[in-house]
Design a protein around this ligand. Structure first.
Ligand code: ADP
Length: 261
């Protein structure tokens, strides 16, 4: 059987690949900071693939608890059996555990990963009374969106200081255009126009958007256009509508975009 090698497209925007190779050698925990849709997940998928490592991703939300990560006892017939959670599996097997949006998780998640983020590199499973030493290949990577406005959770300075951190932002226009072309096969001049729209809206800080146009939204618009949707409609539904629910702002942004594509 021939197994086709999976290639993952990732366009480096800074020194992140070099940094990752180092943290991999030194077994250091890594924090990816940056807005949604800026390439954090894609980067980690790419690195896992390059380094031939298994990636386990947990998308954290407000209900995500240490038990979800470490494991739990379940009742099976007459027996009670222990099931490892994704963190225990990754620690034992030397996988990369990616905790996406770690600040959203419950505080006990941060407590659980504490001893994995320093020289000990061990996981304490309180329900089993066991401490496991991490496999030498185990890596802990977390992401965090510092741009969130009030109502969203912050990451404590003492937690942040346990990680080496890389900042992600939207790529410069030339790189972002290349990403759109590579991701979707869209014509260069349309890709450029989409990137110009993205850049323009990102600069409209007076709109006070919680999250602005991400590379992901531009990729979605390019996909729709490539698939035959009229360009303006594609921009309306993929770029403008996801940004806000305020009708006035939506209309103003649609008018603005129509002038650019
Ligand atoms: P995040 O994890 O930061 O929310 P993603 O990694 O899911 O964002 O990125 C969203 C999409 O944007 C990806 O699926 C990919 O199409 C595109 N993308 C963003 N940055 C890059 C990059 N540097 N190289 C390739 N694709 C990228």
């Amino acid at each position: 059987m021939i197994v086709a090698e999976k290639t993952i497209f990732y366009k480096a925007v800074g020194s992140e690949i070099e940094v990752f190779n180092q943290i991999n050698q030194l077994q250091l925990p890594l924090l990816l900071k940056g807005p949604t849709g800026s390439g954090k997940s894609r980067f980690i998928e790419y690195m896992a693939n390059e380094l031939n490592k298994t990636l386990v991703t947990v998308s954290c939300h407000e209900e995500t608890s240490a038990t979800d990560l470490i494991g739990r006892f379940i009742i099976k017939g007459a027996e009670t059996i222990w099931i490892d959670g994704p963190l225990s599996i990754a620690v034992k097997n030397g996988y990369i555990l990616y905790l996406d949006e770690v600040a959203e998780a419950r505080p006990d998640v941060i407590v659980a990963i504490h001893s994995l983020t320093d020289h000990r590199r061990e996981l304490f499973i309180d329900k089993l009374g066991e401490t496991i030493k991490a496999h030498p290949d185990f890596l802990l990577v977390a992401s965090f969106n510092p741009g969130y406005q009030k109502g969203f959770k912050e990451l404590k300075p003492s937690t942040r200081q346990r990680f080496v951190a890389l900042s992600f932002d939207y790529p410069n226009p030339k790189v972002e255009t290349e990403i759109l072309i590579n991701e979707t096969g869209i014509e260069a001049d349309i890709a450029q126009k989409l990137v110009t729209i993205g850049t323009k809206i990102r600069n409209l800080t007076e709109l006070g958007l919680t999250e602005t146009v991400s590379t992901r939204l531009l990729v979605d618009a390019a996909k729709l256009i490539n698939n035959g949707l009229p360009k303006r409609l594609a921009v309306h539904v993929a770029v403008v509508e996801p940004l806000t629910d305020e009708q006035e702002t939506i209309q103003a942004l649609k008018d603005l975009c129509d002038l650019m594509i």
